[in-house]
Design a protein around this ligand. Structure first.
Ligand SMILES: [Zn+2]
Ligand SMILES: [Zn+2]
Length: 685
């Protein structure tokens, strides 16, 4: 053995050795209950960040431990198309070339993003290998693989046939200039000075920046605690309008800010996000008065055909003439959303979208948690999951983007009915026979398809995988996607297969910087996992990500911590070097064996309970302070013989292997073992 452990010299070769040995693929002929983890798929086109490294450290420990226990073990890797995020990144790149998504038709754009993602997906795979992830690459899946899409389509059709899919109206961010809806990520917020109009409104005076939407008002609202207006709440009042009088209800809602204007606001559910929310709560009518072309429509009388800004001026003038304008504050400053692309004001617009009725799905999901079919390693997350499930509203699954799975629904141009298929383009309308069919341009919300990930992957890898590995053993993921992903997988898994998708949920906290501050590009405190692995070794990084914080808690990671773990891997190397060369006889030391047995028992117990930091800390301190500081020193005094010391080292190497796979595997070979450590049996207490 060389006098120093140089990770750069060994790591990539060891990984290749493991890969070539077939150790990453499960032995499916074994009778034991398998151990399976479906990897949360990282974004296909992004390099890994430090949060990914934490999940690799955690999941790989579990996988390696169960593999050594002799169970058929599968860690199924994959990558995510990450709909909105990826399209956003791609459009940014287009802009650098002075192009935009509107320069291409839908199919061309999709193909371009596809190529871009495929080109970049290798980075993520290579990085997982650098981190030592012992996943089965032969079963790698991508969220847009055609066989995955087919399953997603099939379940959408089934949901529709079961009456759980419906068209509903929802507000979206719409740019009338670009002619498209945008996700929240694509709206820029700027501060702007606009006139604030105080107008007479029945018995009230109210302030608004948007008098032109008055024609779409379907309520007037005050705060429930506002004493000034309490007596009006629940009344129907008559308002003098520019195109005739109209009647409207006074509602009380907490969303109203009593400090804004006069504390009274008009409610226009079709053209304002807050108003839409109030409208849903109070069952208000949704009256759309602005069309997708940005012009006022037929419900606005003589104002029909005017653009929003023209209409605003005209309406304000006419209100003035009619004596309905009380005052205008010309210095009102507020935040408004503008199109990230053309900088025009974003117009909240009502659009029809697909919704999933979630109640039948959430009810069974809650039951599966309550009766222990799905267990959470940390109890606190069980409560959170149940809370989310119980409060989930019908799920809008339409997204106005190209990069994703296009919804298999066609609208009939003649009778207006929708036809949902399992992906096959219908040739005619089943209601009226018309051949004038147009496919919905929207794509599925990514959580709709990734909610099906555990069974969709296993049904499309190797024949028999689903039967063998489903339900999976553990779903391990970051805290922040618990409400989006975990609960959706439980809902969709139960619906599609009748079984829960996983038996255990292990949630991990965030990685923060050494001061406990959340890591972000803007704060400049990003820790690049690959740089760390290259500098200190993957083993050191992995230990650094487990050591010192419970899995479920946030961890403050510093370079000093990682360096301390590098010193530990050197310690393991040096001690192994000493032990392998040590020659010395002593009578059998009973307490030595007893102590080792205790460590095996403790470590195993911790691993069974997903208490990885406790296991890592135990091994670190027992190896360093007991094995090295005491036993090796005592062996020099003739108290422990070389045979016993050597056996002890072998056990330590096995126990440490899931945590520090590279250095332990290398030592295993250096000390003369012919078989691989990765597949050697886990020690018994
Ligand atoms: Zn725009
Ligand atoms: Zn039809």
């Amino acid at each position: 053995m060389e006098s120093q452990y140089d990770h750069k010299k060994y790591e990539s070769n060891i990984y290749k050795l493991w890969e070539k040995s077939g150790a990453f693929s499960p032995n499916t002929s074994k009778k034991e209950k398998p151990f399976t983890i479906i990897m949360p798929p990282p974004n296909a086109n992004d390099p890994l960040h430090i949060g990914h490294a934490r999940f690799v450290a955690i999941e790989d420990v579990l996988i390696r431990y169960h593999r050594m226990k002799g169970e058929p073990t599968l860690w199924l890797p994959g990558s995510d198309h990450a709909g909105i995020e990826t399209q956003f990144v791609f459009e940014k790149k287009l802009r650098e070339k002075n192009q935009s998504r509107f320069d291409f038709d839908r199919d061309t754009l999709y193909k371009m993003i596809w190529d871009y993602v495929k080109e970049n997906t290798g980075v993520m795979k290579d990085q997982l290998k650098i981190l030592g992830a012992s996943c089965d690459w032969s079963r790698f899946k991508f969220t847009l693989d055609p066989d995955i899409i087919k399953i997603v389509y099939g379940n959408f059709k089934r949901l529709a046939d079961d009456g759980l899919v419906y068209r509903g109206k929802r507000l979206v961010n719409y740019c009338t200039h670009c002619g498209t809806a945008y996700s929240n990520l694509e709206v820029d917020y700027i501060e702007r000075k606009d006139p604030l109009y105080y107008m007479k409104y029945g018995p009230f005076i109210l302030a608004t920046t948007r008098p032109e939407t008055k024609f779409g008002d379907t309520a007037v609202a005050v705060h429930p605690d506002d004493k000034r207006y309490k007596k009006y709440v629940g009344q129907i009042i008559t308002i003098r309008g520019l195109i005739g009088d109209f009647k409207i209800k006074v509602i009380a809602d907490k969303l109203v800010d009593p400090e804004f204007g006069t504390g009274v606001v008009k409610v226009t559910p079709a053209h304002d996000f807050n108003d839409f929310e109030m409208g849903e709560r109070h069952g208000l009518e949704i009256k759309q008065v602005i069309g997708l072309d940005g012009k006022l429509n037929e419900l606005t009388g003589k104002y029909q055909g005017l653009y929003i800004n023209q209409a605003r001026k005209q309406v304000a003038e006419d209100l003035e003439k009619a004596g309905l304008m009380v005052k205008i504050d010309n210095d009102y400053i507020h935040n408004i959303g503008v199109c990230y692309r053309c900088k025009n004001t974003i117009e909240p617009m009502i659009m029809e979208q697909w919704f999933l009725k979630v109640k039948p799905l959430t009810e069974v999901a809650v039951k599966s948690i309550e009766n222990g079919e799905v267990k959470f390693a940390a109890k606190k997350f069980e409560k959170i999951a149940i809370h989310w499930l119980k409060n989930l509203r019908d799920w809008n699954i339409s997204r106005q983007i190209v990069w994703g799975i296009r919804i298999p629904a066609w609208k009939c141009g003649k009778c207006g009915n929708w036809i949902i298929t399992d992906g096959i383009t219908p040739d005619k309308c089943k209601d009226c026979g018309s051949e004038k069919l147009t496919q919905d341009v929207d794509t599925f919300d990514t959580w709709f398809s990734s909610g099906q990930w555990p069974f969709a992957t296993l049904k499309t890898t190797v024949k028999g995988d689903f039967e063998k590995f489903y339900p999976t053993s553990v779903m391990e993921t970051a805290y922040d996607i618990l409400p989006f992903w975990i609960i959706r997988m439980i809902m969709m898994g139960l619906y599609a297969t009748g079984k829960v998708p996983f038996e255990n949920v292990v949630i991990h906290g965030l990685v923060r910087d050494k001061n406990g501050v959340k890591i972000s590009k803007s704060k400049g405190n990003v820790i690049n996992p690959i740089e760390m692995a290259e500098k200190y070794g993957s083993d050191a990084l992995r230990m650094g990500l487990l050591w010192g914080a419970l899995v479920e808690n946030d961890i403050a990671l510093s370079e000093e911590n990682i360096n301390a773990q590098r010193k530990f891997s050197n310690k393991v190397w040096n001690a192994s070097r000493f032990v392998s060369q040590f020659v010395g006889d002593a009578k059998f030391n009973k307490s030595f064996d007893k102590h080792i047995a205790g460590i095996v028992k403790e470590t195993t117990k911790y691993l069974e309970k997903y208490q990885l930091s406790q296991a890592a800390e135990l091994l670190y301190s027992e190896f360093w302070h007991w094995f090295c500081d005491e036993c090796i020193e005592n062996s020099k005094k003739g108290e422990i013989g070389s045979k016993q010391l050597n056996d002890g080292l072998h056990i330590f190497l096995k126990l440490l292997h899931p945590f520090m796979p590279f250095v332990t595997e290398q030592i295993w070979h250096e000390i003369g073992e012919k078989e691989l450590l990765i597949t050697s049996p886990w020690p018994r207490a």
